[in-house]
Design a protein around this ligand. Sequence first.
Ligand SMILES: CC(C)(COP(=O)(O)OP(=O)(O)OC[C@H]1O[C@@H](n2cnc3c(N)ncnc32)[C@H](O)[C@@H]1OP(=O)(O)O)[C@@H](O)C(=O)NCCC(=O)NCCS
Length: 235
Amino acid sequence: MATGSRTSLPTWVLGNGGQARETADLISVCGHDRGGRALEMRGLVDRDDEPRLSEETGALVLGIGLPQVRARVYERFAGAFEFPVVVHPTAVVGASSHLAQGVVISAGCVVTTDVTLGPGTLLNPRVGVGHDSVLGRCCVVNPGANISGGVHLGDEVLVGSGATVLQGLRIGDGAVVGAGAVVTRDVPPGVVVVGVPARPLGRRTDSTEAGDMSRHLPQIRSGSPAKPARPQDES
Ligand SMILES: CC(C)(COP(=O)(O)OP(=O)(O)OC[C@H]1O[C@@H](n2cnc3c(N)ncnc32)[C@H](O)[C@@H]1OP(=O)(O)O)[C@@H](O)C(=O)NCCC(=O)NCCS
């Protein structure tokens, strides 16, 4: 059940790998969502714990670095929980830009003017997004990537670390831009591109997204602090 009238939200992070721990750290640094409500950190998802979400209300923050997994979890719980917008205090977001629910913006990001970030989209540290760009639902942009002005990312797009997408391009739903790529042409839905200039490597597959979804499904360890991730849990 949504808790919009509260000034303080019990908050869980969904995920159990490095991305989840980074997200928990981000929440502790921010202390509140973009609307000024305090976020009371209750713990991380852990596959070893019993599911308790049906007994809980509050906020969920996606600590998952895989777009398709983010989307599955978001869809599953969007009606029952709030997905707060969390923006690191060192990030800069233009006043005319719109952040949908569940957007997470990490340290050092710069989102300029008239940008739209769709529900559940994650910007990892030091990402730049230029004017008039639109990022769809549950996209993930990895550290140091640059999205130029007027770019359109569809839903569930992954942009790898340090990649650049040149101005005005369209990246289709579910596409993947490899780390370090420079994208100079539109990318069709579901296609993986790499290199400078970026060329198709193939189509995105379940293995591209590390197909074992079940390990990311929310099982809440209420009240527990973040614990070190096991290597196989990294997302
Ligand atoms: C593009 C990507 C999704 C491809 O993953 P994959 O399908 O598992 O591809 P593989 O690792 O099997 O590599 C296939 C080929 O593409 C090459 N390749 C993979 N990623 C590449 C990249 N980013 N740039 C250039 N070439 C790349 C490999 O060298 C390999 O070439 P080969 O067949 O000549 O040996 C992945 O490599 C990538 O860049 N992901 C982004 C990761 C990221 O941002 N990580 C940071 C997290 S904070």
